[in-house]
Design a protein around this ligand. Sequence first.
Ligand SMILES: NC(=O)c1ccc[n+]([C@@H]2O[C@H](COP(=O)([O-])OP(=O)(O)OC[C@H]3O[C@@H](n4cnc5c(N)ncnc54)[C@H](OP(=O)(O)O)[C@@H]3O)[C@@H](O)[C@H]2O)c1
Length: 295
Amino acid sequence: MIVISTPTGTIGAAVAESLRAAGAPLRLIVRDPSRLPESLREYADVVVGSHADPTVLDTALIGATAAFVLVPPDFAAPDVRAHYLGFARPVAQAVRAHGVPRLVAVSSLGRGFAGPAGLLSAAWAMDEVLESSGAAYRSLQAAFFMENLLHQVELIRDQGMFVLPADPDAPLAAVATGDIARAAVELLADRTWSGQRGVPVREPVDHTPRQMAQIMSESLGRPVTCHQATLADYRARYASFGASAATLDAMVEMAEAQAAGVYPPAGAAGAGTTFRQWCESVLAPAVLDPARRNL
Ligand SMILES: NC(=O)c1ccc[n+]([C@@H]2O[C@H](COP(=O)([O-])OP(=O)(O)OC[C@H]3O[C@@H](n4cnc5c(N)ncnc54)[C@H](OP(=O)(O)O)[C@@H]3O)[C@@H](O)[C@H]2O)c1
């Protein structure tokens, strides 16, 4: 039995759907089952609740051969590290108690970076706790999600620009979330691996934001430019969305770490969705569909 948390989220939904399509035995931990597609609701065991709740985990992990977890983003969290550990600790305890052999989680690229890295540091703290479960563990070390740019669909469509708190000429490691889900599915379906390791998930070649703008322009058939937000503007933008002071601090610290080279350079090897493929298959339909609002 493979146990999946966050099956209504971007990555969790893709993981659950692929495993369903492959006919794998599946149990979903979900707060509101009505948000699941009917096909999944009918196919899988469903345990209602949050994977931060030990009693929910105690039911969900019975007979589990593998589990997939990620920490739900919460911009309102009063303490970012505590938010991540609020999920990681009960998961680690339940995985240990049930002897779940394999655990896969979504974390961040750059673990081992010497300085503070805000949201990334919280994800690495999660890794440490999940490792303490004693299960074989794979930490999917994700780069900057290409899907983050979907939050700027309207800006791209209406003003031909996107904004990042990053040097337009410094490489930014990125990944399509579909590639993270694919990596998770491969691991969850495979009963042969052991040990604890990080698995980088990123586009094989890094692009700078200026190169990303050029690729976007070509994919959309219209000019797009990138603009560097100051950290003060970045902070103000997310404050206007209701982010807590702690989250704002963690986001600024993450941007500073990215500027300081937290992500190791790409090895130019391996497969994965390229930024151009992502623009053509995901961004272009979103931008060119006038019915679509900013996410
Ligand atoms: N964005 C990036 O560039 C980046 C880079 C590296 C790593 N990451 C990591 O990627 C993860 C985000 O993955 P994602 O994009 O798939 O997330 P997402 O699409 O925002 O999905 C969040 C999921 O969590 C569930 N959820 C929300 N609050 C919950 C709670 N209190 N208890 C239980 N479930 C809850 C939601 O379900 P319902 O609301 O339906 O209950 C939903 O299924 C984060 O851990 C982040 O650190 C992000």
